[in-house]
Ligand binder design. Structure first.
Ligand code: ZN
Length: 168
């Protein structure tokens, strides 16, 4: 809102020169219908990311979004270095609450690919968060929503160095 106050009274042409993009702008909008929803309790000592990938493969799920809560015995979080285009790893070697976990499933190289982010809380309630590379389950409850629609495949994106969504 501060930007609007600053530009009040300026001619329209100058007002339009704001550098911040506002409003809806999308690099890709894909429309899906919701399908079957699954509630899954993951096994003790299983890796959360691998388990969800296996579930997707076994049930033929190629597009989905999910949330999960529970607790992890240990984890490996990733932080993407936007300048150098590489993930840095943060090891979490102690038990943590999985206070929040969100993710999606799409295709990468023709196979279901699971993208997960998590917020992990320690015994003092302090959190660590990031891209979940690995998470060893103490207990975990997953709510997965299958999506029906176009084939969603990840492709290498030059600008970010990440594999991002494209519809085939
Ligand atoms: Zn990520």
């Amino acid at each position: 809102m501060a930007g609007k106050v600053l530009h009040r009274g300026l001619p329209a042409t100058e007002r339009n020169q704001e550098t911040m993009k506002v409003g809806f702008e999308s690099a890709g909008l894909f429309e899906y219908d919701t399908s079957e929803e699954l509630l899954v309790r993951l096994g003790h000592d299983a890796d959360l990311v691998q388990s969800i990938a296996e579930l997707a493969r076994s049930k033929g799920i190629v597009a989905a979004s999910f949330t999960a809560i529970g607790a992890l015995k240990c984890a490996k979080l990733g932080y993407y270095d936007q300048r150098n285009h590489e993930y840095r790893e943060l090891k979490v070697d102690s038990p943590h609450e999985m206070a929040s976990c969100v993710g999606n499933i799409s295709l990468k190289d023709g196979k279901p690919f699971v993208h997960v982010h998590a917020v992990l809380g320690d015994e003092a309630g302090n959190t660590k968060a990031g891209h979940l590379l690995e998470g060893i389950v103490f207990a975990a409850e997953v709510h997965l929503r299958q999506l029906k629609g176009p084939r969603l495949e990840r492709k290498y994106d030059e600008v970010t160095g990440l594999s991002l969504w494209e519809v085939e």
